[in-house]
Design a protein around this ligand. Structure first.
Ligand SMILES: [Mg+2]
Length: 225
């Protein structure tokens, strides 16, 4: 395989209709009895580890293995429920884009997401996109998305059993953090304005390519296939 595409999930492949945030809130209540949550902690483009650490710190919850594992387990249980309860959507053109990329033997597809590993697979399987992805970098261990990108790149190399050239790697995401982390690993970056950031805000981060959505995937396909 010549090219590697590393996809962000939320705001890029799909929108869960707030299932992730709802699950986080329910988990903090179930695990620690918190009901009055701080909603000012930013989430888009950040890792679940970083978001959760901020929530713990803000609400005075001590972070250690036990509290952490209890939170993640409860979060995943609640995510399953909130994915079913809330109406989300696969974003425009994504099903066709992934099918098209998969039908060519030349493109390997992985994940580069701030989601907890288990949460990522739950979201993707709920929206029937999981079969396209075999590996990735996740937000369990890293506070900094650039480190998630480094892991995703290393996993791509491991999966393909070779050192993938950086110019053959494409990072696709919906936030300035996605652009930055793509730069951190020397990849090409495509920003897509289907998340909370406008096209103008994404342009300021200077991605290699910027699209409103993938309803016309021709630009990406032309460069990959
Ligand atoms: Mg995103």
């Amino acid at each position: 395989m010549r090219h590697v595409c590393l996809f962000d999930i939320d705001g890029t492949l799909l929108n869960t209709g707030g299932a992730g945030q709802a699950a986080m809130e329910r988990a903090l209540e179930a695990a620690f009895g918190l009901v009055d949550l701080n909603h000012d902690i930013p989430a888009a483009g950040r890792t679940d580890r970083a978001i959760t650490s901020d929530l713990f710190a803000h609400h005075g919850i001590e972070l250690h293995d036990e509290s952490w594992n209890s939170f993640v387990t409860t979060y995943v249980e609640n995510l399953r429920v909130s994915l079913a309860d809330l109406t989300g959507t696969v974003l425009p053109g994504i099903v066709e884009l992934l099918d098209e990329l998969a039908s060519h033997g030349d493109v390997s597809m992985g994940l580069l997401t701030g989601n907890f590993r288990e949460g990522a697979w739950l979201k993707l399987s709920h929206y029937k996109l999981d079969h396209h992805f075999a590996y990735g970098g996740f937000g369990d261990d890293h506070h900094d998305r650039d480190d998630v990108a480094r892991t995703a790149y290393a996993e791509a190399c491991r999966h393909l059993k070779r050192d993938v050239e950086r110019e053959q790697v494409w990072v696709i995401g919906d936030t300035p953090s996605d652009v930055r982390c793509g730069r951190a690993i020397g990849a090409n970056v495509i920003a897509v304005a289907t998340g909370i950031y406008s096209a103008d805000e994404l342009a300021a981060a200077e991605p290699d390519y910027l699209v409103a959505d993938f309803s016309d995937p021709g630009m990406l396909l032309a460069r990959l296939i």
